[in-house]
Design a binder for this molecule. Sequence first.
Ligand code: SAH
Length: 215
Amino acid sequence: MDWESLRNEMVDTQLIPRGITDDAVLEAMREVPRHLFVAPGMETRAYGDHALPIGEGQTISQPFMVALMTQALELTGCEKVLEIGTGSGYQAAVLSKLVEQVFSIECVESLAARARAVLEDLAISNVAIRVGDGTIGWKEFEPYDRIIVTAGAPEVPPSLEEQLGEAGIMAVPVGTQGLQELRIIVKDKGRVSARNAGGCVFVPLVGREGWSKET
Ligand code: SAH
């Protein structure tokens, strides 16, 4: 397979026509080998315009959603980013090309282990993955310049809002378990404001400041 051509086609047909204009984001998505992050046997579908199963009932997000959320973070290269929901590790790998350091939390141990292995194979060394409940954040390394939540929350987890630094931006899907609105939160002089950036569908964020259980 000519994976590079598939990646370029993904960027040219799915991302650019839908308004992804951040060159660094487009470049990162031309680079990261998405087919290595999907479940074995699904490689040829990796560059399609959809989410895909990664095992444990979880999914790797649609390429456009990864691009949209990444672009919304307005990255400049020097950021410390917290991701909730490592999943396959693909979003973390894209971020790793665009920021200084990524901290990512996954609650399913086997997914975290696989994501770590794939990132290591790719020699990506600025992503730290921890197993745990990401709804309460990762206190040790706060504040974060950016936070990205890649699972659907019933409301913005207060701990994450707290751990977002001054002038920080957070992207978080908020809504029901079946449908969410992508919310972009900005912290400015301690005040928090939010705007909506369109509908989306993520697996549920399950944890102390998320859904109590999947239904
Ligand atoms: N960003 C991922 C896609 C994430 S799918 C990628 O690029 O592949 C959502 C992930 O969030 C799932 O792996 C799920 O196990 C995880 N998750 C759900 N609730 C969580 C929580 N409270 N803390 C950490 N991870 C959580």
